[in-house]
Design a protein around this ligand. Structure first.
Ligand code: G1P
Length: 295
């Protein structure tokens, strides 16, 4: 089956960021840097590289910094120009270019009622098309094709709702949505059920859902009827689950390096890894790490 292109991507960015308090008290967690770039920018870059034309940011209170980040700062540009800092102007231009290449629209989630509710908030802007969802906490980099592009290709081939999945030891999947599958075609697995954050010992498989989705329109119809699930939140997983049986749902074991920046240890690990991969920083950090490890 072939289907139309996936033109739009929803970025739920209205969460409270409680895992990172106090830094997230007055600052969106999506703006926390990975080295020197906000985590959400990695996601927007991936969406653009995957052919997305419109980004729908679902924001809540206190998220102004995200809007400002993707806007021009004429004042900053003015002073940098006065000081002849073309090098820094170039860095600003790289962010401005992003909003030239994609239309960014903003919508408000008035209450933090869960991921499913955040995605539903954006549904009026989706207009009945298949649509991508990216969770900015999950940063996926590397030399492979952008993760979202891999999902969109799988959606084009199958017409299915496509979830990014990765295998972890069962003891680690409890913080994710976990899928049950009944057959595979290479890296593509046919999903028959899914459970949001299974309790220890009840994990149905070792395939965890990571924060990239291509949702068929049927999922938005189910979100409309959203009722609270795990953690008393309206879960995206539950809405997708309700489409299983009437609409195809597949999990794609994508290629790429995954960084979980949604927890403090994961965030620090991601920063350290990316810093050590950057020329200049690597040389500065190596002696410090050796010292800290007592080598
Ligand atoms: C969300 C989803 C979960 C998914 C995870 C990926 O959970 O509800 O199914 O596995 O993102 O990061 P959250 O991390 O927002 O609690």
């Amino acid at each position: 089956m072939t289907t139309g292109r996936v033109r739009k991507a929803i970025f739920p960015a209205a969460g409270l960021g409680t895992r990172f308090l106090p830094v997230t008290k007055a600052q969106p967690k999506e703006m926390l840097p990975l080295v020197d770039k906000p985590t959400i920018q990695y996601g927007v870059e991936e969406a653009i590289a995957s052919g997305i034309e419109e980004v729908i940011m679902v924001t809540g209170g206190g998220k102004r910094a995200i809007v400002d980040h993707f806007d021009r700062s004429l004042e900053l540009e003015h002073y940098l120009r006065l000081r002849g800092r073309d090098d820094l102007l170039e860095i600003l231009k790289q962010v401005d270019v992003l909003s030239d290449r994609v239309r960014i629209v903003y919508t408000q989630q008035k209450e933090p009622l869960g991921l499913g509710h955040a995605v539903w908030t954006a549904s009026k802007l989706v207009e009945g098309e298949a649509c991508a969802v990216l969770l900015a906490d999950d940063v996926i980099l590397g030399d492979a094709e952008p993760c979202l592009k891999q999902l969109i290709d799988a959606h084009r081939k199958t017409g299915a709702t496509v979830l990014a999945v990765r295998r972890f030891p069962r003891s680690q999947v409890g913080r994710y949505g976990v899928v049950v599958t009944d057959g595979s075609d290479g890296r593509l697995h046919n999903v028959t059920a899914m459970v949001e954050k299974p309790k220890p010992g009840t994990e149905p498989s070792d395939l965890a859902i990571l924060g990239r989705y291509v949702l068929a329109p049927a999922v938005f119809n189910e979100l409309e009827r959203g009722t609270p699930g795990a953690g008393s939140e309206i879960q995206l997983t539950d809405a997708i689950m309700r489409t299983v049986g009437t609409h195809p749902v597949v999990g794609l074991e994508f290629e790429g390096d995954y960084y979980d920046t949604g927890t403090v240890p994961g965030y620090l690990r991601a920063n350290l890894t990316l810093a050590m991969r950057r020329e200049g920083l690597r040389e500065e950090l190596t002696p410090l790490l050796r010292e800290l490890l007592g080598e």
